[in-house]
Write a protein that binds this ligand. Sequence first.
Ligand code: DQA
Length: 156
Amino acid sequence: MKKAILVLHGPNLNLLGSREPGVYGRLSLAEVDREIKRYGRTRGVRVECRQSNHEGELIEALQTAGRKGFHAVVFNPGAFTHYSIALRDAVSGIALPVVEVHLSNVHAREEFRRHSVIAAAARGQISGFGLQSYLLGIDAALGALGSGRQTREAGR
Ligand code: DQA
């Protein structure tokens, strides 16, 4: 069966392209989404992209992802990464693998960005590769969906 991945962008990512381009790049969200979908096609996976500035909407998107036919989520929680226990609980509360991604290298920035409350609930975190963080996230999600060794060795 063809796999389906939900790519979820959190707050302020709708401003990509104009928002701190030195940090987040010059591609708009529409351009980023186009590249993610193009990559998904090369990997034989159906990808849908959604963005919300609202914590509750992100929680609902996570909660309903399985019901909507998605097998995994690639999630950039934006600033919620650093403090939203509600999003962390949503990530822990669903059966789908969630890969946390960030455009910027959050570990090389301000102190408050170095901690993710989401990371422990996610399968893993990819940070600092710009658009490629999402593409690596798709591959990581596909790896997590493979019933193979990689998943078992990671203790999940
Ligand atoms: C971000 C990093 C966060 O610290 C920040 O609040 C964002 C974007 C990233 O993709 O690098 O909004 O998640």
